[in-house]
Design a binder for this molecule. Structure first.
Ligand SMILES: [Mn+2]
Length: 376
């Protein structure tokens, strides 16, 4: 449960934005935005008025009870009635319900579902007074800005999310002969046992040449001797994600693997040195790329250095060469350079970090970065 004080702070900030823009109501339907502002994903819509408390509109028997349990805000319930004949069916759309209840005198509405042309058309129609409908504007960018910078509460929860995933990894007894699927399933089981509501995405467990595939989906491939094992995983705790990747070698690695591993590790460390408040968003990625360039491996680094993380596993900003804007204190982003050589495999090392005034705090620091850690 997100504490009421924390939610009120977020809502107040949104209301200040609404006041500046002359917005009467903000309507939220995207799950992660709704959770951010109300503590629940289980309503159909969150209504934030410029003054007064937010109201959730939920559907009878389809989330209303959960919304009441999870959010401190009032829950208004739409209850459909189907009757026995077509004429008796009453099943109002949520925007219709909003317009009926709050629409009177509403001149400007902000929404996070502007792309949904059917709903927007209906909202226009239902707020029409004479020839004029309420103006509808997008709130998405404002929410992106708010969500990118984490509060102290959010950092604490994300730390715990990382701790759970790391402990789950430590509890695994990875042995030769285990399949990618078995390792992934056990990891999920351990995370849930430790208090996670689930994994933040299906864990990537890639053995040998499968590690070439940056978004590999687990197979029945068995862990053998002298092979790469790449694991990319995270947990969800209290609605917040963690994300981390380690590349290991089971058996005795050759010089080639160790040189490549060292290059990626150095790139990741170099990037971290540039992750601080006020730094250009693209800088850490450019620095990581310089390291791989000097090692003759730049052509194999084919993705972004990192992404924002929080309620969603991938959130703005993207940390990549060419990105505009700056890193800000409180932003949570990943630092995950990788190289991928077809037919050989891939190496990626990933940490989740929180940007500070002078340096970043690494939330996934407790997970060892020794590629030989499975050797006993
Ligand atoms: Mn990631």
């Amino acid at each position: 449960m997100i504490p009421r004080k924390e939610l009120d702070k977020r809502v107040r900030r949104l209301k200040r934005w609404m006041s500046r823009r002359g917005v009467d109501y903000t309507l939220i339907q995207r799950e992660s935005n709704m959770f951010y502002l109300s503590g629940t994903k289980n309503a159909m819509m969150l209504v934030v008025p410029r003054s007064g408390d937010p109201v959730l509109i939920a559907k009878y028997a389809f989330g209303d009870e959960l919304a009441e349990q999870e959010s401190p805000y009032e829950v208004d319930v739409i209850r459909p009635y189907f009757g026995l004949k077509r004429e008796e069916v009453r099943n109002p759309k949520v925007v219709e319900y909003f317009a009926q209840k709050f629409g009177e005198g509403t001149r400007k509405i902000a929404v996070d579902f502007l792309q949904d042309s059917k709903q927007i058309e209906l909202l226009r129609k239902k707020t029409r007074r004479g020839k004029k409908s309420a103006a509808i504007v997008d709130v998405t960018e404002q929410l992106v800005r708010m969500r990118a910078v984490k509060s102290e509460y959010e950092v604490q929860v994300m730390k715990k999310s990382a701790e759970i995933a790391i402990k789950a990894f430590e509890n695994l007894e990875i042995r030769e002969g285990m399949t990618e699927r078995q390792i992934a399933n056990r990891l999920i089981f351990e995370m849930v046992e430790l208090g996670a509501s689930g994994p933040s995405f299906p864990p990537i467990v890639a053995i040998g040449a499968n590690s070439f595939n940056a978004h590999h989906v687990v197979t029945e491939k068995k862990l053998g001797r002298d092979e790469i094992l790449l694991m990319d995983f995270g947990a969800i705790y209290e609605g917040y994600c963690s994300d981390m990747t380690r590349t290991m070698f089971v058996g005795k690695p050759d010089e080639d693997f160790l040189l490549k591993y060292d290059a990626v590790k150095e790139a990741q460390e170099r990037a971290l040195n540039y992750m601080k408040d006020g730094q250009k968003l693209e800088k850490p990625d450019v620095e990581a790329r310089k390291v791989l360039h000097d090692r003759g491996l730049l052509e194999y680094y084919v993705h972004t250095l990192g992404h924002g993380i929080g309620i969603d596993i991938h959130e703005p900003p993207r940390v990549v060469v060419g990105a505009t804007g700056k890193l800000l204190e409180g932003m949570a982003v990943t630092d995950e350079p990788g190289i991928y050589l077809k037919g050989w495999g891939g190496i990626r090392i990933e940490d989740t970090v929180v940007i500070g005034k002078k340096e970043a705090e690494v939330l996934t620091e407790a997970l060892p970065k020794d590629p030989l850690m499975l050797r006993r």
